[in-house]
Design a protein around this ligand. Structure first.
Ligand SMILES: [Zn+2]
Ligand SMILES: [Zn+2]
Ligand SMILES: [Zn+2]
Length: 142
């Protein structure tokens, strides 16, 4: 995504296009999955100074403005996504900790069934499924 497109995203969300917001939005769009520590690391690699608390505050602001989303993949800080990422559900392996994903549309029938039965609407992007990955299948005894 070009700097102009990023600037336009921020403007439309009513946020001033500060260099920090531009940088964070650019990195999340490029890396697709980033937590706050990964974000500061990527910023460093890009030659920009971004401390943890600034990174955290900027992500929060972008999240609130709807420009990024997040999911909770583990006990640590949430993982952030570009908002235009193809909707997917994260699959976290309880045995090896690997993170996979499945297109949201594959799971939609199940979510519809939940909604029909209970009236509850699940937040797709926020959803994480825990289980056992293919590699661990058969060896996992837990
Ligand atoms: Zn994801
Ligand atoms: Zn959350
Ligand atoms: Zn596994």
């Amino acid at each position: 995504m070009t700097q102009d497109a990023l600037r336009e995203q921020l403007r439309r969300a009513g946020l001033r296009a500060t260099s920090q917001r531009l940088l964070v939005l650019e990195l999340v769009n490029r890396e697709r999955h980033l937590n706050v520590e990964g974000l500061t690391r990527s910023a460093q690699e890009a030659g920009a100074a971004l401390d943890l608390s600034t990174a955290y505050r900027t992500l929060e602001a972008l999240n609130e403005a709807g420009l990024v989303t997040h999911a909770h993949l583990g006990a640590g800080p949430p993982t952030y996504h570009a908002v235009d990422a193809v909707p997917h559900i994260h699959l976290v392996c309880r045995s090896c900790g690997s993170i996979g994903s499945v297109a949201a549309e594959k799971v939609e029938p199940a979510l519809k069934a939940v909604s029909t039965a209970t009236g509850f609407t699940a937040d797709l992007r926020h959803l994480v499924m825990h289980g056992v990955c293919t590699a661990c299948n058969g060896t996992d005894q837990s």
